[in-house]
Design a protein around this ligand. Structure first.
Ligand code: 4AD
Ligand code: MG
Length: 445
């Protein structure tokens, strides 16, 4: 009996007979020859049905196979430089073919389709090789995030999704009815991370987070995955040191493990090769100065006004893109105005109008991929900030407790998984970075 193999491993079976199980990605009819691109999830292999070599009934089926029909084929693996596929370079000469199901007319054909059509058929679109490449890179990013943290003394401690209080801006909460009481979907795991940090020192949580953000940009999802590390006794500088090492590790591992996928995506990898520590660091003050200086030098009035920024206002995406373009690596921007940052951020000593916060901006216009800060660890100051939140103090009583029993300086950040995938894969829109995107106008399929 021929061994059942994964197409990914095909090179190991040169000259041998193997069994492949999968789906017809494409078929080219050359009369007595049927070229079948067979997909099994691990790769794509060219399988050739030659009339002379097959039982007539089997050949009859082979010459009728529709796109996405499911089959089991057995045949000998031969080396052939020209054979297309992933990894390619090998061909299977079919000896037997078993049809599992003849697929109905498949809605996604090799011709171009509009993106809304494809998103409506996301449950099928995930089978195409571009999506295959993206979602495999996403899985590697997740794995390498966990590997690095697990290898560096961070403990995974999960945080709840149903929560009694806001973790960030109260305007983006998704409310749910919790047996007649209000509750919210987690915007962040951070507050629980802070409790876990005091128990384990260095922790992380990694799960879905939710933001009812009425924004339709190419960077926003309603449901996205966030990785959040939280570390006891870390300063803002410690945080930046850790982040640059960590982010570089992820990027370099993707480069090593996914040359085929990056090629499918036509990703220019030179920018990624450059992602190594140290990353440049500039303050918000300096960023504002640089933006206004750039605006002064810009002739086009529309671009000029898009760049100009008043101290105290948050960056829009043209600002983030312009700052990132000033550097050839991801860039840290630190000490943002407290007014538009989260309630828990530690004020800068002697200058409380700014806080010990830091965002990491990715190159090539991908914008903010991480946001973090030192946390307020003084009980009175935190009480004051919570009082301004507009949600009852009772919901935060446990969080305030953390400042009563061995409060320590600490810091952490959140990394948006989908924005990271979009950047590393070089995608124009975040919607392809998650298997089933939840957006302002979409919750199907
Ligand atoms: O900057 P944010 O809002 O930070 C926090 O939630 C902190 N509690 C994290 C922490 O310090 N533990 O979000 C962190 C990251 C952003 O930098 C961005 O990459 C991503 O999460 N993000 C989104 N990604 C996709 N869609 C959205 N609507 C996003 N909102 C934030
Ligand atoms: Mg942020």
């Amino acid at each position: 009996m021929a061994p059942i193999i994964s197409i990914r491993d095909i090179a190991q079976y040169e000259g041998q007979e193997v069994t492949l199980r999968g789906w017809v990605y494409n078929r080219t009819d050359k009369g007595k020859l049927q070229f079948i691109q067979l997909r099994d999830g691990s790769g794509i292999a060219q399988c050739v049905a030659f009339k002379r070599d097959l039982d007539p009934e089997m050949f009859e089926i082979a010459s009728k196979l529709t796109q996405e029909s499911s089959v089991i084929v057995t045949g000998a693996v031969r080396r052939d430089e020209r054979a297309p596929g992933i990894p390619g370079g090998y061909e299977v000469g079919i000896q037997t073919l078993q049809l599992i199901q003849m697929a109905e007319e498949y809605p996604i054909t090799p011709k171009e389709h509009g993106v809304e059509f494809l998103m409506d058929h996301r449950h099928l679109w995930v089978r195409s090789s571009r999506q295959w490449a993206i979602l495999r890179i996403r899985a590697t990013i997740v794995r390498e995030i966990r590997n690095w943290l697990d290898d560096h003394g961070y403990l995974l401690v999960d945080t709840p999704i149903i929560t009694p209080a806001a973790g960030e801006d109260t305007t983006t909460l998704f409310s749910i009815d919790y047996f007649g009481e209000p509750a919210f979907l987690a915007q962040t795991g951070q507050l629980y991370n802070e409790a876990n940090m005091a128990a384990f020192g260095k922790v992380y949580c990694f799960g879905p987070t939710f933001r009812a953000e009425k924004s339709k940009t190419r960077r926003h999802l309603m449901e996205f995955w966030m990785l959040e590390p939280e570390m006891a006794f870390f300063s803002l500088e410690d945080l930046m040191d850790m982040e640059q090492t960590f982010i570089s590790h992820i990027v370099q591992r993707v480069l090593e493990q996914h040359p085929n996928e990056l090629k499918i995506l036509e990703r220019d990898t030179r920018q990624l090769e450059n992602v190594l520590p140290p990353f440049p660091r500039i303050s918000y003050d300096e960023a504002v100065e640089r933006l206004n200086r750039l605006a002064d030098q810009t002739e086009n009035p529309e671009l000029r006004e898009g760049l100009r920024i008043q101290w105290g206002t948050d960056f829009g995406s043209p600002h983030e893109t312009a700052i990132a373009e000033m550097f050839d690596k991801p860039v840290f921007v630190y000490h943002f105005p407290s007014a538009f940052k989260a309630f828990y951020m530690q004020p800068v000593e002697g200058r409380p109008e700014v806080c010990r916060s830091v965002d990491l901006l990715a190159p090539e216009g991908y914008g903010e991929i991480t946001g973090g800060s030192e946390r307020i660890y003084d009980k009175e100051l935190l009480e004051e900030r919570v009082a301004k939140m507009g949600i009852g103090r009772e919901a935060y009583a446990w969080y305030l407790d953390l400042r009563r029993f061995g409060s320590v300086p600490h810091a952490g950040f959140g990394l948006g998984l989908e924005r990271t995938v979009a950047w590393i894969c070089g995608l124009p829109h975040i919607r392809e970075t998650i298997p089933y995107a939840r957006m302002l106008n979409r919750k199907y399929p």
